[in-house]
Design a protein around this ligand. Structure first.
Ligand code: UGA
Length: 435
C-alpha cells in the first residue's frame, strides 16, 4: 500500500539529472512520470534501455518500473501529478548567461496545471530565476501552486549514490508548506535537509561548484609551482589534505576540470556578476587558469619532442573524467585540436566515450586497446584517469612505441616504475623522470 507521503511526480527532462531524480524518487516509493521531447530517448526508455551511461541507473529503473513511466506528452506527465520537477538543461548562451528557454517551455506547459501542489526547479539557473518563475505562475492564475528550488549536487558516475546518500538536500521555498512538501519527498534519504529562501538555494548551487572548481585550480597552480621548484604536488596535497579545515577532496592536479557543470556554472556565475557591474576577479582567474592547463601540457610536450609537426601522439582517455562516457567540455577536445593544429597525428583510446564524427575527432583514429593506440607513437598522453590505464602492460607499450615518452596528465602512474621500464615519464607537478 502506498505510504501517505508518497506522491505523484512529473519530471521534465530525461537527461542525467532528470533520469537519476526520477529513478531515485521511484525507488523512494513515489509514482513518477518522466517526460522528454526527444522521441528516440523516450522510445529507448520504454523498451527498457537507458540512453545515458550512469552506473546503477539501469538497475534502479528496471527495479521500479511499476512506478516509473516515460512519455513525450507533457499533458499526460502532469495530468495526475502533485509535483512537477524541471530537470532540463540550461546550456550557456554566447554571453555566458544560462539559456533558460527549455525551463520556460516547461513552465509554459504547466500553465494549465492548476491542480499541482508545487513546481520545483532542479535545473541550474541564475539567482533570481525563482522570482521570475513565480511571477509567471502568478500571471497564469497559479498563485496557489507552491514554488521551490531544489538544486542537485550529484556527480556523474556516482549520481545514484549521491542522490540517495547526499551530503545535504537543499530546498529553497518562499512558504513553509511547500518546503515541507518537497522535504517529505526526500523521506528515506539519509542526509540533512537544509531549508532556505529560493534565491539562497539558487546561489548555493553556483557557489558550491565555483568553490570546488577553485580548489582544483588552486591545486593546479601549486602543481605548476612544484614543477618550477622541484617539489612534488602529490606529497604537498596529501599533507595539506590532512588539515581537516581543508580536506583531501578536489585536490587532484591534472589537465583541468571539464564536464557539463564546472565550466558552465563558473562562467554563468561570472556572467551574473558582470551583468550586475561587478568583476568577480577570483572566478575570472580560475576560468583562465583552467583554460590554460591543457594548453600548458601541450607546450611541455612540444618542448620535450622538439616540435609536434609530423609526430604521432596517443590520447589515452577522452571522457572528461573516469566512470562516464561524457565528453562535454572534456580537456581531450582542446588537446586533440591543439595537437592537430601543430601538425601532429592523433590516435585515441577510451573504454566508453564515443567522440562522434565532427572535428577534431574526424581527423583522429580510434583504437580498441591502449597498446594498439600507442603503436608507432612518439608520445602517449594520459588524459582521463581510467583505472584500466594502471593495468596496461606498459612494457608491451614501450616495445610498440616509436619513442618511450608518456605524459601522465592525471598523475595516475608510478614515476619510478615507468622510468624503470625505460620511459621518459612526465606528469603534472612532479619531476620528469627517465632511466
Ligand atoms: C560536479 C560536482 O562535483 C557535483 O557536486 C555537481 O552536482 C555537478 O558538478 C553538477 O553541477 O551537476 P561532475 O561535473 O559530474 O560533478 O564531476 P566532478 O567529479 O565534480 O569532476 C569535475 C571535473 O573536475 C572533472 O573534469 C574532473 O576530472 C576534475 N577534477 C575533479 C580534478 O581535476 N581534480 C579533482 O581533484 C577533482
Amino acid at each position: 500500500m502506498a505510504h501517505p507521503s508518497h506522491r505523484r511526480i512529473a519530471i521534465f527532462g530525461a537527461g542525467y539529472i532528470g533520469l537519476v531524480t526520477g529513478a531515485c524518487f521511484a525507488e523512494l516509493g513515489h509514482n513518477v512520470v518522466v517526460r522528454d521531447i526527444q522521441p528516440e530517448r523516450i522510445r529507448l526508455l520504454n523498451v527498457g534501455d537507458v540512453p545515458i551511461y550512469e552506473p546503477g541507473l539501469g538497475d534502479l529503473i528496471a527495479r521500479n518500473k511499476e512506478r516509473l513511466t516515460f512519455t513525450l506528452d507533457a499533458e499526460e506527465a502532469v495530468r495526475d501529478a502533485d509535483v512537477a520537477y524541471v530537470c532540463v538543461d540550461t546550456p550557456p548562451t554566447p554571453s555566458g548567461d544560462a539559456n533558460l528557454s527549455r525551463v520556460w517551455s516547461v513552465i509554459d506547459a504547466l500553465k494549465a496545471a492548476s491542480h499541482l501542489a508545487a513546481v520545483v526547479v532542479k535545473s541550474t539557473v541564475p539567482v533570481g530565476t525563482a522570482g521570475r518563475v513565480r511571477a509567471a505562475l502568478d500571471a497564469a492564475g497559479l498563485s496557489h501552486v507552491g514554488y521551490a528550488s531544489n538544486p542537485e549536487f550529484t556527480a556523474e558516475g556516482k549520481a545514484v549514490s549521491d542522490f540517495l546518500h547526499p551530503d545535504r538536500v537543499v530546498i529553497g521555498a518562499d512558504d513553509p508548506a511547500t518546503a515541507e512538501l518537497i522535504a517529505s519527498l526526500h523521506e528515506g534519504i539519509d542526509g540533512p535537509v537544509v531549508i532556505m529562501d529560493t534565491a539562497s538555494a539558487e546561489m548555493v548551487k553556483l557557489a558550491a561548484n565555483a568553490l570546488l572548481a577553485t580548489k582544483i585550480t588552486f591545486t593546479n597552480e601549486i602543481a605548476t609551482m612544484c614543477e618550477a621548484t622541484g617539489a612534488d604536488i602529490e606529497h604537498v596535497t596529501r599533507a595539506i589534505g590532512l588539515d581537516h579545515r581543508l580536506g583531501p577532496h578536489f585536490m587532484q592536479a591534472g589537465l583541468g576540470y571539464g564536464g557539463s557543470c564546472f565550466p558552465k556554472d563558473s562562467r554563468a556565475l561570472r556572467a551574473m556578476a558582470s551583468n550586475a557591474g561587478y568583476a568577480f576577479q577570483l572566478l575570472t582567474a580560475v576560468i583562465e587558469v583552467n583554460d590554460l592547463q591543457p594548453r600548458r601540457a601541450i607546450q611541455r610536450l612540444k618542448t620535450e619532442l622538439d616540435g609536434l609537426g609530423g609526430k604521432t601522439i596517443t590520447l589515452l582517455g577522452l571522457a572528461f573524467k573516469a566512470g562516464t562516457d561524457d565528453m562535454r567540455e572534456a580537456p581531450s577536445t582542446v588537446i586533440a585540436s591543439r595537437l592537430l593544429a601543430e601538425g601532429a597525428t592523433v590516435r585515441t583510446w577510451d573504454p566508453l566515450a564515443q567522440p562522434g564524427d565532427g572535428e577534431p575527432w574526424s581527423s583522429t583514429t580510434r583504437h580498441f586497446t591502449p597498446v594498439e593506440a600507442m603503436t608507432g607513437a612518439d608520445a602517449a598522453l594520459v588524459v582521463t584517469e581510467w583505472p584500466q590505464l594502471a593495468e596496461v602492460p606498459w612494457d608491451q607499450a614501450r616495445a610498440v612505441m616509436r619513442r618511450p615518452l608518456v605524459f601522465d596528465g592525471r598523475n595516475l602512474l608510478d614515476p619510478a616504475a615507468m622510468a624503470g621500464l625505460g620511459f621518459t615519464y612526465m606528469s603534472v607537478g612532479r619531476r620528469t623522470v627517465s632511466r
